[in-house]
Design a binder for this molecule. Structure first.
Ligand SMILES: Cc1ncc(COP(=O)(O)O)c(C=O)c1O
Length: 429
């Protein structure tokens, strides 16, 4: 048992007696936080600071898997939720706030003429796909990126246990920035693909008009284009990546940045398509839950009235530029790279014989957590990261990069790990 994470580890052992993996979210479990060098439970958070159950403080660059854009416990969001709580959480009929938040989204997001709410990103992507299938009368879908836990998508990954083969057979993957890979799918399944769904961007920028080409090819083949903006929405721009890149899809899904951590997701799109939602079954008890809608209203208001996205970019650029300079300073560009958009950037680790990227990543996490930085290899920026927080992050990298280089070059990595390395995980980005 490690001294620094003693209570976390005790709690994990207890939690695992009643909860498989001890967590509700794969990416918050020991599959991603190596056992022995990681915290497992957070007690409280404020801004970009979080405190684990052992009392260790961190600057959080995970931000609840990018769900938190303003910062934890944002005073305006908390006040809006408190006020709504007094009125009620859920009723036997919709509350007017559903319509008010829908109107706000229509105002902000280019493709949004009509809007439906849900809880998780996976609800929204599954709803968009069912809608696209109903609209086109076709069954197959083309996917690129991560789109959630539901059968229609996860069946296309290596984590496909429990998904029927008949469902898996309907989902086909194509490669980002490789328009030919999408061409091939349309050639192989002519007039059968209902939707092309992709994250408009994750690790790499779109090249050579990729997004425009995807839209053209998709429409030429009678399919619908769906942007999965679960992460990029309300982060790349107030109108999401579709506004940022100037490419408007038919439908889009949103999840994480919408309500600063409250469970709310959205399917939005052109009215003529969304109207079919009156017939498609997309309906759940908590779809109109008002605390999350109040949180969204306050979050969207803040996005519109304060320079939130500008600050995410400004601070994120300092991270990217600072980290690139450190990679150069420590001459580790053969081991690691920096990629992504400033508001959601990636620390990419390569294999370096005899070590796999997973072993190196485990060492990186061990050392970052020990220095009070919570990251899973991405920098999910929030409005509350100030210059001091960025300086702390870069100071940690300034210490960890030369260590990484040393343990790899001197082949001491396994001896210097205080835990078992992470198992290779399925990759979708
Ligand atoms: C791009 C994208 N789509 C869909 C999802 C699924 O969202 P959720 O986990 O809220 O169901 C995620 C979650 O990480 C995501 O990043």
């Amino acid at each position: 048992m490690s001294h620094r994470y003693k209570r976390s580890e005790e709690m994990l052992q207890r939690a695992e007696r009643t909860i498989p993996l001890g967590s509700q979210t794969f990416s918050k479990s020991k599959t991603q936080y190596p056992y022995g060098v990681s915290p497992y439970f957070i007690q409280r958070a404020k801004g970009c600071r979080v405190w684990d159950v052992d009392g260790n403080e961190y600057i959080d660059f995970v931000n609840s898997l990018a769900a938190v854009t303003l910062g934890y416990n944002d005073p305006d969001v908390t006040a809006a939720v408190r006020a709504q709580l007094e009125e009620g959480v859920i009723f036997s009929l919709p509350h007017p706030i559903e319509m008010q938040v829908a109107e706000k989204i229509v105002e902000m997001v280019p493709c949004a003429e009509k809007v439906r709410f849900a809880k998780n990103g996976s609800d929204a992507t599954a709803g968009a796909i069912r809608l696209a299938r109903a609209h086109t009368g076709r069954d197959r879908v083309a996917v690129c990126g991560y789109h959630g836990w539901q059968d229609w998508y996860i069946g296309s990954t290596a984590r496909n246990r429990g998904v029927p083969q008949v469902t898996r057979d309907l989902t086909h993957t194509f490669t980002y920035n490789d328009i030919e890979s999408l061409h091939r799918l349309f050639k192989e399944w002519p007039d059968q693909i209902a939707a092309v769904i992709l994250e408009p961007m994750n690790v790499t920028e779109p090249k050579n008009g990729f997004l425009e080409a995807v839209r053209e090819l998709t429409h030429k083949n009678g399919a619908l284009l769906v942007f999965d903006e679960t992460i990029t929405g309300f982060r790349f721009a107030n109108g999401g990546a579709q506004e940022y890149f100037g490419v408007t899809p038919d439908l889009a899904t949103f999840g994480k940045g919408l309500a600063n951590g409250y469970p709310l997701s959205v399917v939005a799109g052109k009215a003529e398509i969304m109207r079919l939602m009156e017939e498609v079954f997309f309906s759940f008890t908590f779809g109109g839950e008002t605390l999350s809608l109040a949180a969204a209203q306050a979050t969207l208001h803040k996005l519109q009235t304060q320079p939130v996205v500008e600050r995410l970019y400004a601070q994120g650029k300092k991270v990217l530029e600072g980290l690139r300079a450190l990679v150069e300073k420590h001459q580790v560009s053969h081991l690691v790279a920096v990629a992504g958009n400033p508001v959601w950037s990636f620390f990419v680790i390569n294999d370096a014989a005899p070590y796999s990227q997973w072993e190196i990543k485990t060492f990186y996490l061990q050392e970052m957590f020990a220095r009070g930085i919570l990251t899973l290899g991405t920098h999910n920026m929030s409005f509350s990261h100030d210059d001091h927080d960025i300086a702390r992050l870069l100071a940690a990298y300034d210490e960890v990069l030369p260590l990484l280089k040393q343990v790899v070059e001197q082949q001491q990595l396994r001896e210097r790990l205080h835990c078992r390395p992470l198992e290779p995980l399925f990759r979708v980005r």
